[in-house]
Design a protein around this ligand. Structure first.
Ligand SMILES: [Cu+2]
Length: 289
């Protein structure tokens, strides 16, 4: 089985690091072998037909054509296998991803806000409450516009580029965007979701291996798209707590410097001309809860 799985590796798939990833790998594996068999089968048939029915071998056209039912049976088998793949495996797996979210405190909820050309992460801090976000508070030091006057936001953690999560705990990433459509893609976690301005789109996965993984944007989102990469670090629970503590200390230090609320004419981070409305406030219910 593992030698059959080499086809994924051969085609550039990084090793799986999430609890559901092996199911996706099995489907990919099967599809790749199946497509390979079809490619060889159809190509061989095509070459055979070119030779067998060349003009000197078959000077007069046969208007009846094929009499044997074998080609119909072959076509039907291919359709049947593809239907089983789609209806029996792919759609149920997708359904599980989008309908069966982990409940309540079991999961770690992170708000992922994409922008040209980076991913920002908003974590609720020690109180477990996300602070309100408002586009009027957006500045270079406050990329997500967390309201400095909201007590729930005082201990919030906002990071750009690098996100840490603990191993073996489900992570729900709620995706949104500040400008255009991006796609938050974690190849090693076998999960991706579009980040769309004005929408909150949750995705979830459970990392099962500690390590440092790549985060990429999978929607062509502008000139800097090629560089829209980030890092996901899967920590042991102890390392994760240490990271949270470190981020909280950093946030505490910078919050004091950035506390005054901006006046309406205050300079803001450069934004595209067609600036969309603020990302929805973070008071949304936990998905699936
Ligand atoms: Cu992007």
């Amino acid at each position: 089985m593992s030698s059959l799985a080499l086809i994924n590796e051969f085609l550039g798939q990084p090793p799986n690091a999430s609890s559901h990833g092996y199911q996706i790998d099995h489907i990919l594996e099967f599809c790749h072998w199946f497509m390979g068999a079809l490619f060889i089968g159809w190509s061989a048939f095509f070459i055979y037909v070119l030779l067998r029915f060349r003009k000197c071998r078959q000077p007069a056209a046969d208007h009846t054509g094929v009499r044997s039912p074998i080609s119909t049976h072959l076509e039907f088998s291919v359709v049947l296998i593809e239907a089983v793949l789609l209806l029996g495996f792919a759609i149920p797996l997708w359904g599980k991803r989008v309908n069966q979210f982990p409940l309540g405190k079991e999961a770690l909820l992170v708000h992922v806000v994409a922008q040209q050309f980076s991913f920002n992460y908003h974590l609720p801090g020690a109180d477990g409450q996300f602070g309100r976000r408002d586009v009027n508070f957006v500045s270079n030091s406050n990329p997500l516009g967390v309201d400095p006057n909201d007590p729930a936001g005082k201990d919030d953690i906002v990071t750009t580029g690098e996100l840490h999560v603990p191993v073996d705990r489900p992570v729900i990433a709620e995706l949104s965007s500040k400008d255009v459509i991006h796609d938050f893609f974690l190849p090693d976690m076998r999960i991706a979701g579009d980040a769309i301005p004005g929408s909150l789109i949750p995705i979830w996965f459970t990392p099962v291996k500690t390590g440092t993984y790549e985060v990429v944007c999978a929607q062509l989102c502008g000139l800097g798209h090629y560089g829209m990469k980030g890092t996901l670090v899967v920590d042991t629970p102890q390392d994760y707590q240490a990271w949270l503590k470190e981020r909280a200390e950093l946030a505490g230090g910078s919050a004091q410097a950035a506390a005054p609320s901006p006046s309406p004419g205050a300079p803001q981070q450069p934004q595209p001309q067609n600036k969309p409305p603020a990302p929805a406030a973070s008071a949304s219910p936990s998905p699936g809860g």
